[in-house]
Design a protein around this ligand. Structure first.
Ligand code: MSP
Length: 526
C-alpha cells in the first residue's frame, strides 16, 4: 500500500488580505498534512493562487499595475501570511506560471480534439466581481444572487465543455466510491440540485477580456476560470511537462480540501475533467463549512472582519489555530464571536490544559524533586481504568481524523485533558503524600499524569506545534522515540525524565471584558 499523502487547498483568488475565514481551508489542510506526517506518511501539500480573469485585470488597472505585478504582490503577501501561520506547504503554484499555462493549453487542445469542447454562443446576466453568468431566474431583485451587485446582459462566442456526456459516469462513480465525498451529505446535494435536474454544459472560454490563458487554436478566446484553475492540482506536479516525477509519485491526490462555496466545481466539474483526461480521481474531496460572523459573512463593509494576524499577535499562533479549527463543526457553519474566542481560550487552553501541566509539574517537583518516578508496571484499578480510557480516546481521535473531522477530533483530545484533570482529584496526591505507605500510589499517580501530558502533547502536534513542544520540554521528555505516533500506545517507557524546576504557564488567563472589548474594536477597524 502506498505511503504517500498528497493534499491540496483551493488556489486562492488574489483579493487582498485574507481573513480568518479564508485562512480556514489552509489551516485545515495543513493540520491534516501534519497529522499524516506524524503517522509516518510521505506527505506533499499544494497551495497557490488563482490569478486570471476579468476581476483581477480590473483590480490591477485600478491599482495602476500590470495584472502580473498585481498578482505577484498578492502571492507574496499570501506566502508571508502562510509563513506566519507556519503552514507547511511543499509547493505554491501561481496559475500565471509557465509550467501551468503551457500544460493548460495542451489540456484544452486535447479536449477540443476529443470533442469534449465545442463552440457555441453564451448569453446571460454577468456579474463582473463574481465572474459568473446567471440566468434570469437566478437573479435576486435583478441583481447578483451572490454579492447583490448590478449585473449586465452579455452575449459572446464561447467554447463549452460537454458535461452532460459524463453525468451518468459521474453518478456511478459516486455510488461506487463512498469515500470520494466527505461529509457524505454533500453528495446528495450535488445529485439533487445539479445532476438530476440536468447537468448544464460549462462555458469554458471568454472573449470579453484577455487576462487569461489563450486557446492555442483560437487565440481571441481565453480559457475561463475553472478549466484553468482546477487543473493546477495536476500541473503543479508536472503533468504534461518534461519532468513529471512528482506527478507520477503523488497523483491521485489523497485529499483535496475545499470550502462549501466551491463544492460544485470540485465535486462535479473537476471529476469530469479528470475522466476526460483518463486520469484517476482524488480519493477524497473534503467539503468544509464556513466561519461566519453573527451578522452573516465577514465583510469589510459590514465592519465585522477578523484577520489571523490580529489574533496571532495578541494571543499566539496556537490559540488562533485552535480556535479556527474548533469553531467549525463538520456539518454546519461555525460562528466567530469575541465572547466565544475568549471563553475557549480561558476554558480549554488556560483552565484545562495549561493548569493541568502546571499542577503536574509543580507536584513532581514537590514530591519527587522534579524526577518523574518510574512506572511500577502494575497499574491499580484507578490507573487501569485511566489508561484504558486514554487509549480508547486516542482511537476515537484517530477515527475522527481519518474522517477529517477536526473539530470533533480536538474534542476527543480535550476529553483526555478533562479526564486527566479528574484523575488528579481522584488520586488526591496531596493526601497520598502525607502517608509513607502510599508512596507507590503517589509515584503511580505522578507517572500517569506525566504520561498523559506526553500523549496530549503528541496528539496536539499537528494543530499546535509550539504548545506540543513546550509541554514535552516542561515535562522533560527528550527522547525522540517518546514523541512519535507509535509511542502513543505505550504506557511504560518514560525513564529518567526531569521536569523543569518552575512550571511556565503555556496560556495565561485573559481578562474577559478587556479582551472582548479589544476584539470588538479591531473588528470595526477598517
Ligand atoms: N480561486 C477559487 C478556488 C479555485 S480552486 C481550483 C476560490 N478562492 S477564494 O480565495 O475565494 O477561496 C479560498 C478558500 O477560502 C475556499 O476554500 C473558500 O471556501 C474558503 N473560504 C472563504 N471564506 C471562508 C470562510 N468565511 N470560512 C471558511 N472558509 C472560507 O474560491
Amino acid at each position: 500500500m502506498s505511503n504517500k499523502f498528497y493534499t491540496t487547498t483551493p488556489i486562492y483568488y488574489p483579493s487582498g488580505k485574507y481573513h480568518i475565514g479564508t485562512a480556514y481551508t489552509e489551516v485545515v489542510t495543513d493540520s491534516i498534512k501534519k497529522y499524516n506526517k506524524l503517522k509516518g506518511k510521505d506527505t506533499y501539500m499544494l497551495t497557490g493562487s488563482d490569478e486570471h480573469g476579468q476581476k483581477i485585470q480590473e483590480k490591477a488597472e485600478q491599482a495602476g499595475k500590470t495584472p502580473k505585478e498585481y498578482v505577484d504582490e498578492i502571492a507574496k503577501e499570501a506566502k508571508e501570511l502562510w509563513a506566519k501561520m507556519e503552514i507547511e506547504y511543499d509547493d505554491y503554484i501561481q496559475t500565471t506560471e509557465e509550467r501551468h499555462t503551457k500544460a493548460v493549453q495542451k489540456i484544452f487542445d486535447r479536449f477540443m480534439e476529443q470533442g469534449d469542447i465545442y463552440k457555441g454562443e453564451y448569453e446571460g446576466w454577468y456579474c463582473v466581481p463574481c465572474e459568473t453568468y446567471f440566468t434570469e431566474t437566478q437573479l435576486v431583485d435583478g441583481k447578483c444572487p451572490d454579492c447583490g451587485r448590478e449585473v449586465k446582459l452579455m452575449k459572446e462566442e464561447s467554447y463549452f465543455f460537454n458535461m452532460k456526456k459524463y453525468a451518468d459516469r459521474l453518478l456511478k462513480y459516486y455510488e461506487e466510491h463512498p469515500d470520494f465525498i466527505k461529509p457524505a451529505y454533500r453528495k446528495n446535494e450535488m445529485i439533487n440540485n445539479f445532476i438530476k435536474p440536468g447537468l448544464e454544459d460549462l462555458c469554458v472560454t471568454r472573449t470579453s477580456f484577455d487576462w487569461g490563458i489563450k486557446v492555442l487554436k483560437d487565440p481571441k478566446h481565453v480559457i475561463y476560470v475553472w478549466v484553468d484553475a482546477l487543473t493546477n492540482y495536476l500541473t503543479a506536479l508536472g503533468y504534461l511537462l518534461e519532468d513529471d516525477t512528482l506527478f507520477k509519485k503523488y497523483w491521485p491526490a489523497d485529499l483535496q480540501v475545499v470550502g462549501k462555496d466551491i463544492a460544485r466545481f470540485h465535486l462535479i466539474y473537476w471529476p469530469i475533467i479528470l475522466m476526460a483526461l483518463d486520469l484517476p480521481l482524488p480519493k477524497t474531496i473534503l467539503v468544509h463549512n464556513w466561519i461566519m460572523m453573527k451578522d452573516g459573512k465577514m465583510s469589510k463593509s459590514k465592519g465585522n472582519v477578523i484577520y489571523p494576524e490580529t489574533l496571532i499577535d495578541r494571543y499566539g499562533l496556537d490559540a488562533t489555530k485552535y480556535f479556527i479549527l474548533k469553531v467549525v463543526p463538520v456539518s454546519q457553519d461555525g460562528v466567530f464571536t469575541p465572547e466565544e474566542f475568549v471563553e475557549r481560550y480561558n476554558c480549554d487552553l488556560c483552565n484545562d490544559l495549561s493548569n493541568l501541566l502546571n499542577r503536574t509539574v509543580s507536584m513532581v517537583n514537590k514530591y519527587f524533586g522534579g524526577i518523574v518516578p518510574k512506572y511500577n508496571g502494575t497499574p491499580n484499578d484507578v490507573d487501569k481504568e485511566f489508561e484504558q480510557f486514554t487509549l480508547e480516546q486516542i482511537s476515537k481521535f484517530e477515527a475522527k481524523m481519518d474522517e477529517y473531522e477536526i473539530s470533533n477530533a480536538l474534542q476527543e483530545i480535550w476529553a483526555i485533558v478533562s479526564r486527566t484533570n479528574k484523575y488528579i482529584d481522584e488520586t488526591m496526591p496531596w493526601q497520598l503524600a502525607k502517608d509513607e505507605e502510599e508512596k507507590e500510589k503517589l509515584e503511580s499517580s505522578m507517572y500517569h499524569l506525566i504520561e498523559n501530558l506526553r500523549k496530549i502533547a503528541i496528539l496536539i502536534k499537528p494543530f499546535m506545534g509550539h504548545t506540543s513542544e513546550n509541554i514535552l520540554r516542561q515535562i522533560g521528555i527528550q527522547d525522540e522515540n517518546l514523541k512519535t505516533w507509535e509511542s502513543l500506545q505505550s504506557y511504560d517507557k518514560i525513564e529518567n525524565a526531569k521536569v523543569i524546576e518552575k512550571g511556565e504557564p503555556i496560556f495565561m488567563r485573559l481578562n474577559v471584558e478587556e479582551e472582548i472589548e479589544f476584539l470588538k474594536e479591531v473588528m470595526k477597524a477598517k
